[in-house]
Design a binder for this molecule. Sequence first.
Ligand SMILES: Cc1cc2nc3c(=O)[nH]c(=O)nc-3n(C[C@H](O)[C@H](O)[C@H](O)COP(=O)(O)O)c2cc1C
Length: 154
Amino acid sequence: MLSRLIYASEATEALNPEKVETLLAQARCHNEQRDITGMLIFNSRCFLQVLEGEREPLSDLYGRLTHDTRHRRLLLLGFESIGERLFPGWSMGFAAADASHRTEYLRFGDTSQFDPYRLTAPAALGLLTNWRRATTPAGRAKGQASLQPVAAAG
Ligand SMILES: Cc1cc2nc3c(=O)[nH]c(=O)nc-3n(C[C@H](O)[C@H](O)[C@H](O)COP(=O)(O)O)c2cc1C
């Protein structure tokens, strides 16, 4: 059963770009093996991640995420069955949430800050989907010099 999971969490250590790149590379490799797709947004403090795939591997991954000491305060925003993926072909997209996206935070939430803990599941999905649209199919971020979102091939 195809499902979608969205959660928020807080980084436990200063994750510099290199560490996030390593985390993403491993995540993409695992996700490709398990046919899991999605997107991760990070603002140096909080994460917002959407994961799509079959229910069992998805539930298993969430279990592993809850034991990962690189983040804490995991808040499950939503877990639902879906008809189709919103992030097909994205083994794990990535975007840095910075102040230049204030308008989007206000559009989908009630504050101009990136605060995934305050988002409902539909609002979080709206924000993530909006970000995915702002990224070219090749996965190059518009106007970002580093940590570009990368879509999986295919
Ligand atoms: C914010 C964050 C996002 C992550 N996203 C994924 C992911 O999409 N896929 C994945 O396999 N692991 C992801 N991980 C890593 C997992 O928590 C875990 O370390 C990895 O799946 C390996 O688990 P294992 O050591 O139990 O085999 C993420 C970790 C963090 C902190």
